[in-house]
Ligand binder design. Structure first.
Ligand SMILES: Nc1ncnc2c1ncn2[C@@H]1O[C@H](COP(=O)(O)OP(=O)(O)OP(=O)(O)O)[C@@H](O)[C@H]1O
Length: 139
């Protein structure tokens, strides 16, 4: 078991629809530690770094606009196996398919414009976490 860090983002839909408290409650209820937290905004440049493996996807332009629809809450969260653990709390990428009881299943939905607004992001590996923490927090 390893103590590790992950980057969690509450995306613009999560902030706009008032789910900051719910997401933080679930992180704390699980016993993970919030090491840093800020309200910030994404930019084209930042997103191109963060989603470097997605910039060539057909959905990328719409997804980039979605991520710039409003403020984002960015957090560094630590805990034993927090990377897979928070991804289980978040649920499946498509909020229309995510299980109830997960953040995306409980607070996400399908949207008319086909954009997967799915409330939260979290890193998918320890290496990705360290890279993404550098992008969003510079540390
Ligand atoms: N087929 C798709 N159509 C539209 N948008 C998509 C599609 N696949 C992924 N996305 C968007 O790109 C983001 C990143 O996709 P990825 O496959 O990394 O999913 P994830 O790891 O569950 O999500 P995230 O990286 O945001 O935590 C998704 O959160 C979603 O907003």
């Amino acid at each position: 078991m390893t103590q590790e860090r992950t980057l969690i983002l509450i995306k613009p839909d999560g902030v706009a629809l008032g789910h900051i408290g719910e997401v933080i409650t679930r992180i704390e209820r699980k016993g993970y530690q919030i090491q840093d937290l800020k309200v910030t905004h994404a930019t084209d440049e930042l997103l191109a770094q963060h989603y470097a493996d997605k910039v060539d996807q057909p959905f990328y332009p719409k997804m980039s606009r979605y991520m710039q629809e409003g403020p984002i809450v960015a957090m560094i969260v630590s805990g034993v196996n927090v990377v897979p653990g928070f991804r289980r709390l978040a649920g499946a990428t498509n909020p229309g398919e995510a299980d109830f009881g997960t953040i995306r299943g409980d607070f996400g939905r399908e949207w008319e414009d086909g954009v997967l607004r799915n409330v939260v992001h979290s890193s998918d590996s320890e290496e990705a976490a360290e890279r993404e923490i550098g992008i969003w927090f510079g540390k």
